[in-house]
Structure formats: structure tokens, C-alpha cells
Design a protein around this ligand. Structure first.
Ligand code: ATP
Ligand code: MG
Length: 384
């Protein structure tokens, strides 16, 4: 079967009332930017988007790209058919010609109600023809093939497989955020969840070149490349952390160091957010998961941040985070060896209950503005 169209379905966009048009436009723009010359056009029809495929396009490439574009709940490769009963009968039989199956069911969805028959009537008319022409039986529950007929205002489409997308909302370049990306399992998932909710996520990684056991390229770039599949444009900033870290190690008690590393990371990330017109900082914290993420330490770390911090994983268990990491294919990359600078020169038993004043007292030991400025100057950004 040669498919010529794809029917793209969203769910949450459908609930947007008057704003629905602008979400659809964003989704069309993102699909166009991702599929490029794999497609000819993408347009709105009643209740869904329709993509006209380039005849020479590699279907597996289209499938991979669409299943990673936020805003798409599911999609199906389809054959376009003229909107009349005779064509539908003929094309339904020809659609099933080369397929191996014993049972089938016809499922008509009328996105536009103008057609002469209602869904039930069309289901039974097409069912009769298929039974006769193909000698197959109808099965209402778990048929081998579910033949889907979608009726729009001007055309009909036949398909037999719904492919799951990531759901969520389309990337909006006006909703920029900066995600702090470590080499661990959590922060890539946090970045992904924000992408899924329609944010354009800028990734920032702090790197101590004297300490990392493998190169940034080996792991962080790979993570960024994998995450870039879920949005249109991905900027990765690598910020050298060795000088700052040396100074922190000299001045701050090892029990508190982790929190001061984190405070500086948040300060530098806030500056990067400001420079890129990003509104929020995103971290991979999950409440009480590790010492730096106790209730008290999170409050001490987040207080006074120049930018608001969002922690999309805050209420998830590690198991749930790992399951998500596997689903978005960051798990294997995160499992690669890499010494994150956050775990450098720490006490065996770090403080579990820091307070804001204690952290402030320690921050006062530094010329913060100068250190932030120097880190920003040395940062390297690339677009993936
Ligand atoms: P992860 O699996 O994301 O590394 P974690 O449980 O190991 O999380 P921490 O090391 O305490 O937690 O880091 C908490 C958060 O701080 C990370 O999720 C990330 O957002 C940020 N972070 C930590 N280290 C770095 C780094 N080197 N560069 C950028 N962000 C970092
Ligand atoms: Mg970490």
C-alpha cells in the first residue's frame, strides 16, 4: 500500500477553544521544520491536521520524527479517497488487498458531518463489500485489522494503524527556559517534560575538565542530540566550572559544598536565561531523592534565585523517572561513565538541613558577580 497522506491527531490542543488556531499553527510550523522535504504540505482539516507526503520520502524517517514532536497525540499513514460511496468501497477493498488477516472491523470517524451516511451506516456498507470481495469475517472485539475511515469536508482517508506520539503541546519559541543538564538520569527527563509542555529548552551543562572521566562530547552532546528530537532548535551551552569549583573547595566546608556548587550553577544559569530571554530555570530535583534535595536544602537553594526554578520531577519516584528515561532513550546515554562535577570533593555526610542564612554567609566569601561574569565569558554554545 502506497500511503500519500498522514492524519495527525492532537488531544489537548482540541480543548483550547478560541486559542486552538494558534496552537495548530505552531504544530504545523514544527512539523514543517522537522519533516522538511519529506513532506509537501501540512494543513488544517476538520478536527485534525493533514500532511501530504513527498512520494519519494522514507516512511520510517517520517514515523520517527512525528512520534517525537510534542503536540501530536497519535497519527496514521493514510490513503486519500474521493468523498463518495463508490470510491470508498473500491479503495477499502484495494487497501486490504495485500494484507494478511482473518478478521476486520470498519471504524468510521466523521470529522465533518456532511456525508450522506452516518458512521454506523458507512461501517456496515463497507463491511458488506469487504466480506464479499475478500472473504473475511467481521470481529468487533480485537479484530486483526481495524480499517479506519476518516471523513473530512472534502476528502476521506483510509488507514489501519494509529501510531502513538508524545502528546503534550507544540513547542512555542516564545516560551524559552534554561534546563540544567547534568550527566545523570534525572535532568534529561526534566528537560524533556518541559519540551513536552511546549517550551523551547536551552540546555546548560557545567563541566570541570580536570575531573570528568570522559569528554563532554562523549556524553553531554549525545544527551543533547537525543533531546533535540523533541524540539525544533536546541542550544547547548557548556560552562567551564573548574576555576569556580577550585575556589569553592578552598573556601567552603565540604558538608556544604554541594549546595554552594548548585547555588553558583543557578546564578550562572540565570544570567544565561536573561541573555537568551528565557523565563524559568529547570532542574532535575526530586524531593528527598539525595542529600542536596531534602526539603530544607531545596528551600535554601531555591530561595533568592534570580530566576524562578521549576522542578518537573519533584513528585516522581526514581523508578518513575527511570521508566521515562527509557521511554525517551536517554537512559543508555545517562548510564555511560562520566564524573559529574557536582560530586567532586564532597563530605561523606553532607548537611541535610542547610538554611538560607548559612548559604548566604558562605556566598559572601565570593565576588559573585565577577565569577558569574567570567564563567559566562568562557561558556561555549552550539546549536544542535
Ligand atoms: P541528575 O540525575 O539529574 O544528575 P541527581 O539526583 O544526581 O540528578 P544532583 O547531582 O543533586 O542530582 O543535581 C540536581 C540537579 O542539578 C540536576 O538534576 C541538574 O538539573 C543540576 N545539575 C547537577 N549537576 C549539574 C551539572 N554539572 N551541570 C548542569 N546541571 C547540573
Ligand atoms: Mg547529578
Amino acid at each position: 500500500m502506497e500511503f500519500d497522506y498522514i492524519i495527525v491527531h492532537y488531544d489537548e490542543i482540541g480543548l483550547k477553544g478560541k486559542n486552538r488556531g494558534s496552537f495548530e499553527e505552531l504544530l504545523i510550523r514544527n512539523i514543517e521544520m522537522k519533516l522538511k522535504d519529506l513532506m509537501k504540505s501540512c494543513f488544517r482539516e476538520s478536527g485534525h491536521l493533514t500532511i501530504e507526503i513527498n512520494a519519494k520520502a522514507d516512511i520510517s524517517k517520517i514515523k520517527e520524527a512525528l512520534s517525537q514532536i510534542p503536540g501530536i497525540a497519535y497519527f496514521s499513514f493514510a490513503k486519500k479517497v474521493e468523498l463518495n460511496l463508490d470510491s470508498l468501497k473500491k479503495e477499502a477493498v484495494s487497501f486490504l488487498e495485500d494484507k494478511k488477516y482473518d478478521s476486520f472491523k470498519v471504524n468510521t470517524v466523521r470529522h465533518d458531518k456532511g456525508f450522506e451516511l452516518n458512521s454506523m451506516e458507512l461501517n456496515s456498507k463497507l463491511g458488506e463489500v469487504i466480506i464479499k470481495a475478500c472473504n473475511k469475517k467481521v470481529k468487533m472485539k480485537s479484530p486483526d485489522i481495524m480499517l479506519k475511515i476518516e471523513l473530512s469536508k472534502k476528502s476521506a482517508y483510509i488507514s489501519d494503524e494509529d501510531i502513538k506520539g508524545v502528546g503534550g503541546l507544540p513547542t512555542n519559541p516564545q516560551q524559552k527556559v534554561v534546563a540544567l543538564l547534568s550527566g545523570g538520569f534525572d535532568s534529561p527527563v526534566a528537560a524533556y517534560l518541559m519540551m513536552k509542555r511546549g517550551c523551547e529548552v536551552i540546555l546548560v551543562h557545567f563541566h570541570n575538565k580536570n575531573q570528568a572521566s570522559s569528554s563532554v562530547e562523549g556524553k553531554i552532546t549525545k544527551l543533547a542530540e537525543q533531546l533535540s528530537k523533541f524540539q525544533v532548535k536546541t542550544k547547548l551551552c557548556i560552562v567551564p566550572f573548574e576555576n569556580l569549583q577550585k575556589e569553592i573547595i578552598m573556601k567552603v566546608n565540604s558538608k556544604l559544598r554541594m549546595l554552594i556548587y548548585r547555588k553558583f550553577m543557578l546564578k550562572i544559569a540565570s544570567k544565561i536565561a536573561e541573555l537568551n530571554k528565557a523565563k524559568f530555570l529547570i532542574v532535575g530535583d526530586s524531593l528527598s531523592q539525595v542529600a542536596s534535595q531534602t526539603f530544607e536544602n531545596l528551600e535554601a537553594t531555591y530561595t533568592d534565585s534570580e530566576r524562578h526554578i521549576l522542578s518537573p520531577l519533584i513528585g516522581l519516584d526514581k523508578r518513575e523517572i527511570i521508566d521515562l528515561a527509557k521511554r525517551i532513550d536517554t537512559y543508555e546515554i545517562s548510564a555511560m561513565p562520566y564524573g559529574d562535577c557536582c560530586s567532586y570533593f564532597l563530605a561523606k555526610h553532607p548537611t541535610l538541613k542547610a538554611d538560607v542564612r548559612l548559604l548566604k554567609k558562605n556566598e559572601a566569601l565570593f565576588d559573585v558577580d565577577k565569577l558569574v561574569e567570567s564563567a559566562i565569558k568562557q561558556a561555549k554554545a552550539k546549536v544542535i
